[in-house]
Design a binder for this molecule. Structure first.
Ligand code: ADP
Length: 617
C-alpha cells in the first residue's frame, strides 16, 4: 500500500518536474535550432531562403511548447512536450524531400534529438520509448519514401546510428528515472522524519510547558484549575473538565473546569455520574488510559453533555499509582472533529504529568498537615514543660538565697549545677517554642520609629546590669545623629540581645563591643568580640537550626543551636541582612543591616509580635 502511494506521489512529483522544465526545454530547443540554422545558412546562404518553411516551423515548435505549456495545457506538460516532439521530428524528416538535405545529416540530427530528449525531459522511460519509436518509424519511412540507399557503405550511420542512439536514449531515460526516483524517495524520507521530528518537538514543548506549570503549583485545587486551562490551550479544543471518582458513592463528580459559562459550570458541578449510568466507560478508560467518544444517542450522560453542545470528548485517566482517581476530559463543542493521534499523545502525556503533580500535591498536603500536628504538639508540650520548670528554678533561687535555712558549700554547689541544667533546659524549650512560631509563619511586624541610640543603650544596659554579669569589658555606642529607623523595635532588640549574649558566652578574655552607624540607606549594628572565634567552614552553617560548631566546646557554654537561626529569620523578616567575620582564637564580628524605611513589603497592620525571645548566655 505504502509502495503504491509512494509510486503515485512519485508520478505527480515527476509531472511537477516536467511542468517546471517546460520553459527551460523550450528555450534550449529554440537556441539549439537557431544556432544550427545560423551555421547552416553561413555554410550555404541559399538554403536559408529555400528551406524557410521547415526552419520557421522548427523555431515555432519551442515557442508553442512555451505558450501551451504555461497556458491552457499547464496541467498536461507530458502531452505538450510529446506533441512538440512529434511535430519537430516530422519537420526534420520532411526535410528529406528537399534536394539540399543529406540523409546522413538528418540521421545525426535525429540521433542527437533522441539523446538530448532523454537527458533534458524528465518524462520517464515509457514516454521516451513512445518518442523513439515514433521518431525511428518516421525516419525510416521518410528515407524509404525519398529513396535513400538501404545498402552501401553509409547505411550504418544512416540506419543503424539512429537505432543505437534511440536504444541508448531509452536506457538513459530509465537510468535518469531511477536516479530521480531514489532522490525523490530520499527527500520524502527526510521530509517524513523532519515532520515526525517537528511533531515530537511540539509534543515535548507542550508537555514541558504543562509540566513546568503544574509542578510549580502547591495544592490540588490550583493544579486542577491549571490542568483544565492548559489542556484547552494546548489541544486547541473548547473546554476541559476534571471528573474525580468518589469510591464511597461510586460516582464521578466534576471538580474543575475550563471553557464553560458560569451557568454551564454551575450545572455541571451539581451533576453526579453514577457508575451504572456509564456503561463500560470506567473499565475501558482504566484499560486504555485515553479514549475519544463521539456523543450520539440518548444515553443520559451523552444527552447531558450534548446540552452544552459537546460533540466529541477525549477522556484521559488520572491515576494515583495504579489506581484510577478520575478522568480528565477535552471537549469539542459545536464541531464534530476527531482529536488527532498527535493530540491524543499530548493528552496521554498531560494526564500522566497531572497524575504525578496531584500525587506530589497530596503528599505535600499530608506532610503539611503532619507538620502542623507536630508543631502544635511541640508547642503544647513546650508550654506544659515551661511552667513546672519555672517553679523548679524558682525553688532553686529560694534555696540558694537561704529561704529554707542555711546550706553547706557542697549542697550549694550541687544546687547551682542543678539550677544551671534547669535553666539550659528552659532555654531549649523557649527556643523550640520560638522556632515553632517562626515556622508556623506567625511572625507579624509592628513597625514604629525607633531611636537607634536609645535601643543600643537599652541592650547594653540589660547585660551590664545583669546579676550574673561576667568580668568582660562590655561597651556600646551609636553614631551621633542617626536618622530614626522605621522597624519592629521588639524584634530588632531580640536580634541584638541574642548576638551580644552569644558574644559574651563565647568570649573568655577581652571584651564585647556593640556599635551602630549609618550605611547604604539603613543602619548597621555591629557586635564584635575577642572570643574563641568560628572556623571558616562554619560561617554559613551557624545560621542553620540546631547547629553548634563543636559540641564539646559548646556543651560547656550551653545553648541549643537555635539562636542564630532565629536571628536570621527575624533579620530577614525586617528586610535586612546578617553577615559574620571571624578568626578562630581571635574573635568574631556579626553585622546586622536593617533598612531605614522598614521591609519593602512589610506590614504594620498587626499589633504586637507573636515572637517571644530570651537573652542568650
Ligand atoms: P547556641 O544556642 O548554641 O548559642 P546559636 O545558634 O546562637 O546557638 O549559635 C550557633 C553556634 O555558633 C554556637 O553554638 C557557637 O558554636 C557559634 N557561635 C555563635 N556566636 C558565636 C560567637 N560570638 N563566637 C563564637 N562562636 C559563636
Amino acid at each position: 500500500m505504502a509502495e503504491v502511494v509512494s509510486a503515485d506521489s512519485y508520478v505527480s512529483y515527476r509531472n511537477r518536474l516536467l511542468a517546471d522544465s517546460i520553459s527551460s526545454t523550450a528555450v534550449s530547443v529554440f537556441a539549439a535550432t537557431l544556432v544550427f540554422q545560423a551555421a547552416m545558412s553561413m555554410a550555404a546562404p541559399g538554403r536559408m531562403w529555400s528551406e524557410w518553411l521547415p526552419n520557421l516551423i522548427q523555431l515555432l515548435v519551442p515557442v508553442a511548447i512555451w505558450w501551451f505549456g504555461r497556458g491552457v495545457l499547464r496541467d498536461r506538460p507530458a502531452a505538450v512536450i510529446l506533441a512538440a516532439d512529434f511535430a519537430y521530428t516530422a519537420t526534420l524528416v520532411a526535410r528529406l524531400a528537399l534536394p539540399a538535405t543529406s540523409s546522413s545529416g538528418t540521421s545525426l540530427y535525429i540521433a542527437v534529438k533522441m539523446l538530448v530528449t532523454a537527458l533534458l525531459v524528465p518524462w520517464g522511460q515509457r514516454r521516451q520509448i513512445v518518442s523513439v519509436l515514433f521518431t525511428l518509424v518516421l525516419l525510416y519511412l521518410g528515407m524509404y519514401l525519398s529513396g535513400v540507399e538501404i545498402s552501401g557503405g553509409e547505411w550504418t550511420h544512416r540506419w543503424l546510428g539512429p537505432l543505437v542512439a534511440g536504444f541508448l536514449s531509452i536506457t538513459g531515460a530509465a537510468v535518469a528515472d531511477r536516479v530521480r526516483r531514489s532522490v525523490f524517495d530520499h527527500e520524502r524520507e527526510l521530509e517524513t522524519s523532519a515532520a515526525h521530528l517537528r511533531r515530537e518537538v511540539e509534543v515535548d514543548e507542550a508537555l514541558a510547558r504543562v509540566g513546568e506549570e503544574l509542578i510549580a503549583l502547591p495544592d490540588t485545587r490550583r493544579i486542577l484549575d491549571a490542568l483544565c486551562r492548559l489542556i484547552t490551550e494546548v489541544l486547541a479544543c473548547d473546554a476541559s473538565h476534571t471528573y474525580l471518582w468518589d469510591a464511597e458513592r461510586q460516582e464521578y463528580a466534576a471538580a474543575a473546569g475550563y471553557g464553560d459559562t458560569p451557568e454551564q459550570w454551575e450545572a455541571l458541578r451539581l451533576v453526579r455520574y453514577p457508575l451504572d449510568l456509564l456503561g463500560g466507560f470506567q473499565a475501558r478508560i482504566d484499560a486504555v488510559n485515553v479514549e475519544q467518544f463521539f456523543l450520539t444517542g440518548e444515553r443520559p450522560v451523552a444527552a447531558l453533555l450534548r446540552q452544552f453542545n459537546t460533540d466529541v470528548v477525549l477522556c484521559a485517566a488520572l491515576r494515583r499509582g495504579d489506581k484510577l482517581i478520575g478522568v480528565q476530559s477535552a471537549e469539542y463543542r459545536s464541531r464534530r472533529l476527531p482529536f488527532s493521534p498527535h493530540q491524543v499523545r499530548i493528552a496521554r502525556g498531560i494526564a500522566h504529568l497531572a497524575s504525578l503533580a496531584l500525587e506530589t500535591a497530596r503528599l505535600v498536603e499530608e506532610l503539611e498537615a503532619a507538620n502542623r500536628l507536630k508543631s502544635e504538639f511541640v508547642a503544647t508540650m513546650s508550654h506544659e514543660l515551661r511552667s513546672p520548670l519555672n517553679i523548679v528554678i524558682g525553688y532553686h533561687e529560694l534555696l540558694l538565697d537561704g529561704g529554707f535555712g542555711p546550706l553547706s558549700e557542697v549542697q550549694r554547689d550541687t544546687l547551682r549545677r542543678a539550677d544551671r541544667s534547669a535553666r539550659e533546659l528552659l532555654e531549649l524549650i523557649n527556643a523550640t517554642l520560638d522556632l515553632g512560631r517562626l515556622q508556623a509563619k506567625r511572625m507579624s511586624l509592628d513597625l514604629e520609629d525607633v531611636r537607634v541610640a536609645e535601643l543600643v543603650d537599652e541592650v547594653g544596659r540589660t547585660f551590664a546590669e545583669a546579676p550574673d554579669r561576667s568580668n568582660l569589658d562590655l561597651r556600646w555606642h551609636a553614631a551621633a545623629e542617626l536618622p530614626r529607623l522605621r522597624t519592629d523595635r521588639i524584634k530588632l532588640k531580640m536580634v541584638l540581645k541574642n548576638l551580644v549574649g552569644n558574644a559574651l558566652k563565647f568570649t573568655d578574655h577581652g571584651g564585647v563591643v556593640l556599635d551602630a552607624y549609618a550605611r547604604d540607606g539603613g543602619v548597621e549594628f555591629c557586635v564584635r568580640d575577642t572570643g574563641i572565634g568560628i572556623p571558616p567552614e562554619a560561617h554559613t552553617t551557624i545560621f542553620e537550626p540546631f547547629f553548634q560548631v563543636d559540641s564539646t566546646r559548646d556543651r560547656v557554654r550551653g545553648g541549643a543551636g537555635l539562636g542564630l537561626y532565629i536571628v536570621k529569620q527575624l533579620v530577614e523578616g525586617l528586610g535586612g541582612t546578617i553577615a559574620v567575620e571571624s578568626q578562630v582564637g581571635r574573635g568574631s564580628t556579626f553585622r546586622v543591616w536593617v533598612p531605614l524605611g522598614g521591609p519593602a513589603n512589610g506590614s504594620a497592620a498587626a499589633a504586637g509580635s507573636d515572637v517571644s525571645f530570651r537573652t542568650a548566655g
